[in-house]
Design a binder for this molecule. Structure first.
Ligand code: GLC
Length: 474
C-alpha cells in the first residue's frame, strides 16, 4: 500500500509539489519582501537573514522523527489514507498508545550520537493527531492511554542537549473532507484552516524557542492532492502548470506574520506558500544538483517508510556517509529520518547505525560541519566541501591510479589523507593530479584535505570531468 502511495505521492504529486515549490520559491524568494510587507512583517536585510541561517547552514546534519498513532499498525504514516481507515476507527488507536518506552532523552541521545545538530519532530501529521496538548481538540497524545505531551518532553530534551528544535506540521488534516473538496465543503475547509492557525499559535507560544518549522502539505496545490472535481463526479489531476483556482485560501500570510512575531529567528521550509528560508528535497532520488544560492535540505529515511515499519534494515553505513558527503558537496543539509516504534523506542539497529555515523563524523566531521559545497562540483569522483583555506575532497570513486582534477587558482600548500595513507599532489597550470595507492583508499569515502594559500571561497565552482575509460574504476 505504501508503495502505491509513494507512486502517487512522489511521482505525481511529488513532481507537482517540486515544480510548484520551485516556481513558488523563485517567486517567493524574489517577492519575499513584498510578501513580508503584505503579512505585516518588516522586510529583512540579506545580512540579517544570513545571520539567522548561520547555525542551520553550519549544522549540515539533522534528525527527522516521524511519530504518531500510525506507528501502531506499523505500515507507514499514510496507512489511514492508503487503507481508507474510517476516522472513528483510526482514532481508537489512541487507547493503545501507551508510550511505555518513550524517553525523549533517548531520541535526542541517538541524534547526538550520530553527530546531528538539530531534530524535527512531526508535531502533527496528515492524520490530524497532535503530539502536543491542544485545548481546542481531543485528538492529542494528552488524551491517549499515555496522557503525555510528547512535544513538551521532546523540546525540553532537545534543548537540554544543546541541539536545535524543529517541529514538522501539516496544515492539511484528513479528518476534514474540506481538504479533498475545498469548495463544496468550504465551511469544513475553513474549520480546518482555523485549526491550523490556532495550533500554530499554540506551538509557537507554549514551548519556548522553536528553531525550525517544517511544513508539509500546506500548499494550495496540495488541496485535493492536486486535482479538481469536474461535473459528472470525475476527479481530474491538474497539470503541473495549472494551480488551484478555487475560493479557499489557507491564509498563510497570517501564519507567517505570527511566526515572525512569536519566533523572529525561526527557519521555515518552502512547503506552505509563504516566504521560505530553505527548500526541501525529498527522498533518495531527489539529491539533485549543486546549489549554493538557495539553502536546501534533503530529507530521507534511514529505514523503510517515514513512519514506523517493523524489521526494516537501516541503510548501510557506507550509504549513509556517502549520502551525507554528496549532500554537503552539493551545499545542502541532510535530514535523516527515524520512525520510532509505537512504544516510543527507536529500533536498536537504527540506533546502532546512527552511532556509527557519529563515530565517522567524530573523526572526519571537520570535512562536513561548517563547510560549504565546492569549489569542485560533484561528479563521478565524489564531491568536495571547503572551509576557510581548506578544500575537503570526498572521493567516492577512484577512476584509476590517479585522479585528475581541474586547475584551481590557488596553490596547494599541503595535502593530507584524513582517512589514512599518503596522497601525492602534482599541481600544474592545467590540472591538479592526486595519486594514492589502492590500499590507502577508503572504501566508504577517501577524505583528502587540501590546504591552500588563500581562502577557497574565492574560487569559482569547477566542473570535474573524468576520462570515462580510466582503468581501475570502482
Ligand atoms: C511526504 C509524505 C509525508 C512525509 C514527508 C516527509 O510529503 O507525504 O508522509 O512526512 O514526505 O518529507
Amino acid at each position: 500500500m505504501e508503495k502505491q502511495h509513494k507512486k502517487f505521492n512522489h511521482k505525481t504529486l511529488g513532481t507537482l509539489v517540486v515544480i510548484t515549490a520551485a516556481l513558488l520559491f523563485g517567486a517567493v524568494a524574489g517577492a519575499q519582501n513584498a510578501a513580508a510587507a503584505e503579512a505585516g512583517v518588516a522586510a529583512e536585510s540579506v545580512a540579517a537573514r544570513d545571520a539567522r541561517m548561520t547555525w542551520w547552514r553550519e549544522a549540515r546534519f539533522g534528525m527527522f522523527i516521524h511519530f504518531g498513532l500510525y506507528a501502531i499498525p506499523g505500515r507507514g504514516e499514510w496507512v489511514q489514507w492508503n487503507e481508507q481507515i474510517p476516522v472513528g476507527e483510526y482514532a481508537k488507536l489512541a487507547d493503545q498508545f501507551t508510550l511505555t518506552n518513550f524517553n525523549a532523552n533517548a531520541w535526542v541521545e541517538a541524534a547526538k550520537s550520530a553527530g546531528m545538530k538539530y531534530t524535527v519532530l512531526t508535531a502533527r501529521h496528515h492524520d490530524g493527531f497532535c503530539l502536543f496538548d491542544d485545548p481546542g481538540n481531543n485528538f492529542t497524545t494528552v488524551n491517549t492511554a499515555a496522557h503525555r505531551d510528547v512535544v513538551k518532553e521532546y523540546v525540553a530534551a532537545v534543548r537540554q542537549a544543546g541541539l536545535h528544535v524543529g517541529l514538522y506540521y501539516s496544515p492539511l488534516d484528513w479528518r476534514f473532507p474540506g481538504f479533498v473538496m475545498p469548495d463544496l465543503q468550504r465551511q469544513n475547509a475553513e474549520a480546518m484552516r482555523d485549526q491550523y492557525h490556532r495550533q500554530m499559535k499554540e506551538l509557537l507560544s507554549n514551548y519556548g524557542g522553536v528553531d525550525v518549522v517544517w511544513f508539509d502539505g500546506g500548499e494550495q496545490d496540495w488541496l485535493d492532492f492536486g486535482a479538481d472535481w469536474r461535473s459528472g463526479g470525475d476527479r481530474v489531476k491538474r497539470p503541473a502548470d495549472k494551480h488551484y483556482h478555487g475560493g479557499f485560501s489557507w491564509q498563510h500570510d497570517r501564519v507567517y506574520s505570527l511566526l515572525r512575531q512569536l519566533q523572529p529567528n525561526v527557519i521555515i521550509n518552502g512547503r506552505a506558500d509563504m516566504p521560505a528560508d530553505f527548500r526541501s528535497r525529498e527522498g533518495d532520488g531527489a539529491l539533485g544538483d549543486f546549489d549554493n544560492q538557495q539553502p536546501w535540505e534533503l530529507c530521507t529515511t534511514l529505514a523503510g517508510t517515514w513512519g514506523y515499519q517493523p524489521n526494516q534494515k537501516p541503510k548501510s553505513l557506507k550509504d549513509c556517509i556517502q549520502l551525507l558527503a554528496k549532500v554537503a558537496g552539493r551545499d545542502g543539509n541532510l535530514l535523516l529520518n527515524v520512525g520510532p516504534a509505537p512504544d516510543g523506542k527507536i529500533d536498536p539497529a537504527q540506533v546502532a547505525r546512527l552511532r556509527e555515523i557519529g563515530d565517522w563524523l567524530g573523526r572526519y566531521g571537520s570535512s562536513i560541519y561548517g563547510t560549504r559545497g565546492g569549489p569542485f562540483l560533484p561528479g563521478d569522483y565524489g564531491t568536495a566541501t571547503f572551509r576557510d583555506k581548506t578544500i575537503y575532497l570526498h572521493i567516492l570513486n577512484w577512476p584509476g591510479e590517479k585522479l585528475t582534477m581541474p586547475a584551481i587558482a590557488a596553490k596547494v600548500v599541503r595535502a593530507t589523507a584524513m582517512t589514512g595513507g599518503t596522497v601525492t599532489v602534482f599541481q600544474t597550470d592545467h590540472n591538479l593530479e592526486l595519486s594514492m595507492t589502492s590500499v590507502s583508499r577508503n572504501d566508504v569515502d577517501t577524505v583528502i584535505a587540501l590546504e591552500l594559500d588563500r581562502p577557497a571561497n574565492a574560487l569559482t565552482p569547477l566542473e570535474v570531468k573524468l576520462a570515462s575509460n580510466s582503468p581501475g574504476a570502482r
